[in-house]
Write a protein of this length. Structure first.
Length: 282
């Protein structure tokens, strides 16, 4: 009988020890798991970063949808087959919940396909450092279209957006500038849209540059100098007309015979384009 009681007590102690060991192991695993999850959140889903550019435009969905419907119903009814809701969903899907410094062209490809449309020949107007003048011109002269006058550019002009891996997935406080990271939502979008605009150009195309810039009217680092010029198709574009504009009352830093214009002409000639250049096209 005493032997049986001793064995029972031994079993009870063993069970108790095993229970304590299991509990300790479970606690250690819980601590390790919590640490891993917390560390992962810090890397993948940080608190919203404070970037240097403005955040996502308030009521972005309503802005995009409003512009979309206005463009296809009031301005270009021939594009009436475009699906504005699909276009909005495609844009949202491109950036929501994503790191705003890791955007890729693949993110925007479905949007580009949904919003693409032909550009009439002889109507493409490219610009660099002449934003205000170029768009005042196209508003008063329906013979030309800038990228911002196309369907895609019209919807996105002066609008901002970026995602965030955490929270609601959209950062309304700030978005990264190009100087903070090149693969930000705005830069990737406009590079793709500019490439598509250049590829669609045909006939005679116009380029409006600023001759009052001391560093030179043509800059290889600009969207026009790094993307658009190299995506013009010599088989579709018959000539490039350069309009070199100067600020009223501003410096006349460069003319059509200037150093940067010569560089531009050289690039165009190598690609077999005919070129003309006119100072202060009226």
């Amino acid at each position: 009988m005493p032997f049986q009681q001793g064995s029972a007590r031994t079993r009870q102690r063993t069970i108790l020890l095993v229970g304590i060991v299991v509990l300790l192991v479970a606690l250690v695993l819980a601590v390790v798991l919590a640490s891993v999850l917390t560390h992962g959140k810090q890397e993948v889903s940080p608190k919203m970063m404070k970037w240097k550019d403005r955040g996502t435009t308030k009521n972005l969905q309503e802005v995009i949808l409003g512009r979309c419907y206005n463009y296809i119903m009031a301005q270009y009814p021939e594009l009436g087959d475009k699906d504005c809701l699909k276009i909005w969903e495609s844009l949202k899907h491109a950036f929501i919940h994503k790191n705003p410094c890791n955007m890729t062209s693949e993110d925007y490809q479905p949007l580009m396909e949904l919003a693409s449309h032909p550009i009439p020949c002889n109507k493409s107007l490219f610009w660099s450092k002449t934003n205000d003048l170029a768009h005042r011109y196209t508003k008063s002269n329906q013979n030309f279209l800038t990228l911002e006058d196309t369907f895609l550019g019209y919807m996105a002009d002066r609008v901002s957006w970026c995602g965030d891996p955490s929270g609601p997935g959209i950062n309304y406080e700030s978005c990264p500038k190009r100087s903070e990271c090149e693969s930000n939502p705005s830069s990737v979008f406009w590079r793709m849209a500019s490439k598509m605009f250049a590829e669609a150009a045909c006939g005679v195309v116009q380029v409006m540059l600023n001759g009052s810039i001391e560093a030179g009217a043509f800059r290889s680092s600009s969207i026009f100098g790094s993307i658009e010029i190299f995506n013009l198709n010599p088989d579709k574009v018959s000539a490039v007309h350069i309009w070199l504009m100067h600020d009223i009352g501003g410096p006349q830093s460069e003319s059509c015979s200037g150093h940067s214009i010569k560089r531009l002409k050289s690039i165009l000639e190598e690609r077999n384009f005919k070129i003309t250049c006119e100072d202060d096209y009226r």
